[in-house]
Design a protein around this ligand. Sequence first.
Ligand SMILES: [Fe+2]
Ligand SMILES: [Fe+2]
Length: 179
Amino acid sequence: MSATDTLREDHKQIRRLEKIIIKCYTELYNGTNIPFTDIDKITIIIEEFLDSIHYSREEDSYFPCVASYDHLKQEIKGFMIEHEFSRRIAIQIKKYLKQWKDGIDSREPVARYLKTYSVYLMDHMNKEEAFFDKAESEVLSKEEELDMFEQFRSVMTISKKKDDMIKEIENLENLPWMK
Ligand SMILES: [Fe+2]
Ligand SMILES: [Fe+2]
């Protein structure tokens, strides 16, 4: 495995989450009763898997390594801005979910921000995957790929957390409203 493959593998899991989010907002718009705890789980996966694991692999290791070649800098800048944008959408989802729990019907904004998040995810990951192909073939050396891969793996708490998060994704996929 290489660092680039690890990020591609993260994306595969994130695409599973994307499907859950699409189904969730569609059902919310349909008036289906979805337990708050299920939506909470989505926001936890966003925070713990996307934010603290996947983005940090990209922002702290992968992007700086590619940028050190003075290559693809514009793309990287764009991805960083999009990460910030996604963090702001996640805050909105949580804000309206809390409001809803507190008794103010916030079905519409929760559904709307979930939808915004899924649109972001699709667009961002498609662009990044094209970027991974370029970074892999144009700049990164085998050694760098391996070093970063080892770095990703060596953070044991992260590997454990990622496994937990994938389990959470699986649990969500098996909920009645997902069928
Ligand atoms: Fe990203
Ligand atoms: Fe990514």
